[in-house]
Design a protein around this ligand. Sequence first.
Ligand code: CAO
Length: 447
Amino acid sequence: MSSITEVKVPDIGDFKEVDVIEILVKPGDLVAKETSLITVESDKATMEIPSPVAGVVKELRVKLGDKVAEGSMILLLEASEGEAPAQSPKGAGISAPSTSVSKPAAAPAPAPEPAAVPIPKPAPVPIEPVAEVPAFKPHASPSVRKFARELGADLAKVQGSGPKGRITQEDVQAFVKGIMTQAPARAPAAAAPGGVPFNLPEWPQVDFAKFGPVELKPLSRIRKLSGANLHRNWISIPHVTQFDEADITELEAFRKESSAASEKQGFKLTMLAFLIKACITALRQHPEFNASLDRGGENLVLKKYFHIGVAVDTPDGLVVPVIRDADRKGVYDLARELAEVSKLARDRKLKPGDMQGGTFSISSLGGIGGTAFTPIINAPEVAILGVSRSAMRPVWVVGKGEAGQFVPRLMLPLSLSYDHRVIDGAAAARFTSYLASVLSDIRRSLL
Ligand code: CAO
């Protein structure tokens, strides 16, 4: 049994109309559920619209340059056998077919219920939003970025020939062709983003089923996107992680004392809100941690604002919403906003703009466990603070009332990953020591 699904533009957040800048499929293409169909662009954000169901593209209803809005028809899709046509709950992502034309089934089978299948919403985008085009980032759509990544081409070096200097797939092809014709004949080499050639052995092709039963679990869209960004950041940024710990005995007591007020208002005053506050104090003292390298890698862009990204674990993967102007917010406001954005993230309701513009990120696994980890920097930021679970430990006291004794103190493990092109080890050690001192006496954040 197959049916025709009208695929329409889903809820696109605050934008009334957006331009179609790429058409990623053509009639006859077989697409999987969540395959990107088109890319749309507003003033400064691009977004790929995924297919709500698997099937074959029957007819395109948009062309390049069209302006579309929520509800505009994109294409007709003949859903694959067994796929229920997408239904669109009001306000949900891809719209339901307004007409659903049933074809005769090949064999008698119970007609599938026009079931409400879960509809992918426009992707809440992880780590680095697909949508973002900051000043120092080459202007290219997500699929062109992906294409460039696959070829190992550094987009920063590609000249864009599209509207407003946008880099097209042809530009990337021409760039790669240019390099290939200049390169001396030698073993195949892939260029890393920094231009350093890699000669890597091929990825092992293993038939896992030969060794035991297996099951295929498709990666969620968020996981695929965040995976690609994490991979890029991991291979292109020389990471070093500085470990430290902060004595938060007094801060934890203060947090508990102050929790009643927030609980009355329906949110938790978690340690993370205090951590954001303390990080801002440390970032003010160490501005190179609140910065990005410019496009040419020649200057550091020091940011005078403090937008703090917070990694949120969701069933579909990791996303990093940004708390804007965190320096201007009190601890209660930060805690409330954290609760709100975590909920939005887990309900897949974040918009691309909610994940843009971060200047420094915090990834807290404190609610789960562990003693330390090495977080991956959220480019184009230059540092990220990982926080693990606090624990009571015997601490040897020097030069205080209890000098020469072990005393039980609540210690919070800190793991600061930094971009070693921008930050030296000594600066990172100073940063975490200072941060630990602020956390052990939060009054320092008033100074
Ligand atoms: N040490 C000990 N306990 C901690 C703690 C810490 N460092 N941090 C939080 N807790 C406690 C909280 O007090 C809370 O306790 P109660 O349930 O008794 O009130 C519990 O752990 C759960 O906290 P939480 O996780 O709900 O709240 P949070 O503000 O600490 O964190 C958020 C919010 C969104 C960051 C978190 O839920 C989350 O998603 N963390 C995962 C992030 C992640 O995956 N990072 C890895 C990315 S790889 O770089």
